[in-house]
Ligand binder design. Structure first.
Ligand SMILES: [Zn+2]
Ligand SMILES: [Zn+2]
Length: 256
C-alpha cells in the first residue's frame, strides 16, 4: 500500500544500501529522493490525483502541472484548495522546510478518494544532510512533494524564464509521481526518472520517460491510455515545449 518506505521516503531497509547512500550523501548537494523499492502493481484503478498547493503557489503553473499529470498518468487530476505550510516543518536556521515532515502532513490531510497527492510549494525544502532537494516521495506510496523555489532562474540571480520554469516543474512532478508508483531512478540521462543533482543535470533531461520507465509505469498503473503519447505531444506543444513534444510525436519512449 502507501507506506512502503514509511513517511519519510528516505527510509532505508538494508545496511549495505544504507552505507552506499551515506557515501552518496557526502558527495552531493541536492538530490531527488532515492527509490529503493521495486515497482509495485497497485490494486485499485480508482481515485484521482490531487495537486495541493502548500501556501501560495502560482495558479497557472499548478494548472499546467495538473493537466500534464492527468494526461501522462491517465487519471483525473484536481487542484485542491491550498493548505498552510505548517510551522513545525520549518527549520529557521536553514530557512527551509523539512520535506519528510511535509510528506507526513500531506498523508494526514489527503483528500478522500485521492489516489495520489502532490504537495507543491514555492518554498525551499531539504532532507537530511542535503543542502536542498527539488522533491521527495513516499516510494511506493500516496504522497510526494515538489518545490519550485530553485526552478526559478530568478532564484539564481538570472532573468526569470517562464518556459524553463514550466519545463522543470513538469519534470519534477513527473519524476516524483513515478517514485510513488515504485519506479526507481533510471540511468538514462535523457529520462525524467534519472537522478538529478542540480539544474545542470535536470535541464538536459526531458519531460519524458524512456521506454523502460514507461513500461514500468504501465505495469504499475495497469494500463496507460492508447492515445497518451499523442495527447502529451499536443499538450507540450500548446504550452510552448516544442522539443519535448517532438519526442512524443516521434514515438520515442512509446510503451510497446
Ligand atoms: Zn528521484
Ligand atoms: Zn528511464
Amino acid at each position: 500500500m502507501d507506506d512502503g518506505e514509511g513517511s519519510g521516503g528516505l527510509s532505508l531497509p538494508s545496511l549495505p544500501v544504507r552505507k552506499m547512500r551515506l557515501l552518496n550523501l557526502v558527495m552531493i548537494v541536492a538530490v531527488f529522493p532515492f527509490c529503493l523499492t521495486g515497482c509495485t502493481k497497485e490494486e485499485s484503478t480508482e481515485g484521482f490525483f490531487a495537486l495541493c498547493p502548500l501556501g501560495k503557489v502560482d495558479g497557472n503553473l499548478l494548472d499546467r502541472m495538473c493537466r500534464f499529470v492527468e494526461i501522462a498518468y491517465g487519471f483525473p487530476c484536481k487542484v485542491m484548495p491550498p493548505l498552510p505550510l505548517p510551522s513545525r516543518t520549518y527549520n529557521a536556521v536553514r530557512k527551509q522546510y523539512r520535506a519528510s515532515e511535509l510528506l507526513d502532513y500531506l498523508e494526514e490531510n489527503a483528500p478522500k478518494g485521492a489516489r495520489k497527492l502532490v504537495g507543491v510549494t514555492e518554498k525551499d525544502i531539504y532532507a537530511r544532510e542535503m543542502n536542498f532537494i527539488f522533491g521527495l516521495a513516499n516510494s511506493p506510496g500516496k504522497c510526494c512533494v515538489a518545490s519550485t523555489a530553485r526552478l526559478h532562474e530568478s532564484f539564481w540571480g538570472n532573468r526569470e524564464n517562464e518556459l524553463l520554469l514550466r519545463r522543470r516543474a513538469l519534470m519534477i512532478v513527473y519524476h516524483e509521481l513515478g517514485h510513488t508508483f515504485g519506479i526507481k531512478h533510471c540511468n538514462k540521462i535523457e529520462c525524467a526518472m534519472c537522478y538529478h543533482n542540480s539544474l545542470h543535470e535536470l535541464d538536459p533531461g526531458n519531460v519524458w520517460f524512456c521506454q523502460d520507465c514507461t513500461q514500468k509505469l504501465e505495469k504499475a498503473v495497469g494500463r496507460l491510455p492508447d492515445d497518451r503519447e499523442a495527447r502529451i505531444a499536443e499538450f507540450l506543444l500548446e504550452i510552448g515545449l516544442k522539443k519535448d513534444a517532438q519526442l512524443y510525436a516521434e514515438g520515442k519512449g512509446r510503451k510497446e
